[in-house]
Write a protein of this length. Structure first.
Lengths: 264, 343
């Protein structure tokens, strides 16, 4: 039992998320419970507007939870300072970079910030970690390019390398496959799977690529209007979770192939 | 690995150029002073009562030092603002910081007519002008920051900066209606910008505030670098956003505020120098950019000032006109030739 709990890195208990203004509380999703284990690839899926981004933003402490708790390595996220958090959790967001004039090496090396001194000098160890991160995602030959010269797929890989260079146990990605073509969608998700195997990191991503997620993820979190389920993909198929994910007038889920198809 | 270039060669070249510009700036003017006399005055080896020595020590040297602080200071505050406001067009002049300082000064110089004669003599000293200009720029910067937190659209922030400029112009028009010709002249001359007329004691105060601003800027280097990724990423790297924003703003308003207070609103240096620097130093790392902008700003303004002196003549052109003549084409060139202004 004890080894079981030590494997859990991120845990949500009775979590309720949404937005709080002075006057009112807008609850977007509530009663969220899940446990994420070390070294797993976890896909977060759900319809548009169901609260995937809000959940991720809450998990990375960009916005506060309404109620319930998030435990990161058995420590409440509320009491984790952003400096501590920077060494435990790194992110890849959908928002565009502020400066596209950064070179790839400069961008990836920013991931070392939580570890460098007051002026950001890179030690040999830092440079080695940066090189390794770039090699892991196959972008080493791009290191001197500027970000505005990169394609969307390349930029996504660079952002993943930056998160790797931050050397955290968890990486959270918000829709890493949007804007990408079919090949690159599969490429990025396959890369994430490989990274969990090679580095032992826990990677949580949100995506609309349910078919790909079913094939690649160890665990999936499915967000629906009234409940949030977390389980292995094949379990979720057996339970028939995906059938009720979308209205049935246009697409139906085929549990034999594990994919959606358009109704004729 | 050549990614961590230290740019030693470029820095060495720029330092030599700065030194040459510094000497040339002191040497040229209405009277040209030979090199040996300049070095003689520096090291006290010529007669201290000689004309050359008096000119160098009391006029040319303070002016050249002022120029270095003004040029580098405006360049650095431009760099800080371009990163903080995620906007390549940001700069002390565009965002209304200079307008804020002008408004403060206008209230002191022109408004003293409204407050009555006794007040006037007490108010319109050099120190009250300095304080008013710094306060004015700080307040405008705070307002711009408050707006930029609410409005994500950078275009809106620029327009708000322009509006501050209009408000200043309007208030100045109203005030000038009530003020005397001398007060008006004093304000207009301040508005031309001037690097001269600073005594050594004033220079010392300028230097002290400038150094504080500079140290604050240097302490923000790491934060500025992570801000290049965007606010959420910067936070995820452990940056205390509120605190670093405040420090950057404080540094900018200290530097831009005192520069404007002592030297008047000097256009385009703050906007153009960071871009010029990025063309030469192809990096976004503020650890390299900050000293590079310092050198470039100082060099460019020393050259501008040398031109403004119109060597071998009795004329002195307003420094503001020269910096605009140099700076505006640089901005146009960047937009047309590079088709992008990035930071």
């Amino acid at each position: 039992m004890k080894t079981e709990t030590s494997q859990i890195i991120l845990k949500a208990e009775q979590l309720s998320i949404g937005y709080k203004t002075k006057k009112a509380e807008t609850v977007i999703a509530s009663n969220i419970n899940f446990e994420l284990k070390k070294g797993q690839l976890i896909g977060l899926v759900g319809a548009n507007g169901i609260g995937k981004s809000t959940l991720l933003r809450t998990l990375i402490k960009v916005q506060p939870e309404l109620s319930g708790s998030i435990l990161l390595n058995d420590k409440n996220l509320k009491s984790t300072s952003i400096v501590e958090l920077a060494k435990q959790l790194s992110i890849v967001l959908t928002e565009p970079l502020t400066s596209k004039n950064l070179s790839v090496f400069e961008l990836v090396s920013l991931g070392r910030h939580p570890y460098t001194n007051w002026i950001g000098n890179l030690t040999e160890n830092d440079t080695a970690i940066i090189k390794k991160a770039m090699t892991l995602v196959n972008i080493f030959e791009l290191k001197d390019k500027k970000c505005y010269e990169l394609s969307d797929g390349q930029l996504q890989k660079v952002m993943i390398a930056r998160a790797l260079a931050q050397d955290t146990a968890i990486i959270v990605l918000d829709e890493p496959t949007s804007h990408l073509d079919m090949y690159h969608k599969a490429y990025i998700l396959k890369l994430l799977q490989k990274l969990t195997k090679d580095t032992g990191k826990t990677i949580l991503f949100s995506s609309h690529e349910i078919d790909l997620a079913i094939q690649l993820c160890d665990t999936m979190i499915v967000m629906q209007k009234d409940n949030v389920v977390c389980n292995q993909p094949c379990q979720l198929i057996t339970e028939g979770i995906f059938e009720s994910l979308f209205p049935k007038d246009l697409i139906v889920f085929d549990d034999k192939t594990g994919s959606f198809r358009v109704t004729k | 690995m050549n990614n961590q270039k230290t740019y030693r060669f470029q820095f060495l070249c720029l330092s030599v150029v700065l030194l040459v510009c510094f000497i040339v700036n002191i040497s040229l003017g209405s009277i040209n002073i030979p090199l040996n006399a300049i070095f003689g005055s520096f090291f006290g080896t010529i007669d201290t009562t000689s004309n050359w020595n008096v000119i160098v020590i009391n006029y040319r040297l303070p002016k050249a030092i002022t120029a270095i602080m003004v040029g580098s200071g405006l360049g650095i505050s431009g760099l800080l603002m371009q990163t903080l406001f995620r906007n390549p067009l940001a700069g002390p002049f565009v965002l209304g910081i200079s307008s804020g300082a002008s408004l403060g000064v206008a209230l002191i110089i022109l408004g003293s007519g409204l407050f009555g004669g006794l007040f006037a003599t007490a108010l319109a000293t050099k120190w009250s002008i300095v304080i008013a200009a710094s306060l004015g720029s700080f307040l405008v910067l705070l307002a711009v920051l408050a707006v930029s937190n609410k409005v994500r659209d950078t275009m809106a922030i620029l327009i708000i900066g322009l509006m501050f400029g209009s408000i200043t112009a309007a208030v100045v028009s109203v005030l000038s209606y009530f003020s005397s010709a001398e007060q008006l002249q004093q304000y207009i001359f301040w508005g031309f910008g001037s690097l001269s007329n600073l005594s050594w004691s004033e220079l010392l105060i300028f230097f002290a505030i400038y150094v504080v601003g500079l140290l604050l800027s240097i302490s923000s280097i790491k934060g500025l670098n992570s801000l290049l990724l965007g606010d959420n990423y910067a936070k995820s790297l452990g940056l205390n956003l509120k605190q670093s924003r405040l420090i950057i703003i404080l540094a900018t308003s200290l530097i831009a505020g005192t520069v404007t207070a002592f030297a008047g609103p000097i256009a385009f240096i703050g906007l153009a120098i960071p871009h010029l620097t990025r063309q030469v130093f192809k990096t976004t790392n503020h650890k390299i950019l900050l000293p590079a902008v310092f050198l470039f700003g100082a060099i460019v303004i020393l050259i501008c000032d040398t031109i403004a002196q119109v060597p071998n003549s009795d004329y002195t052109l307003p420094i503001n006109a020269i910096t605009a003549l140099v700076g505006a084409p640089v901005v146009i060139w960047l937009l047309v030739r590079q088709r992008k202004m990035m930071f």
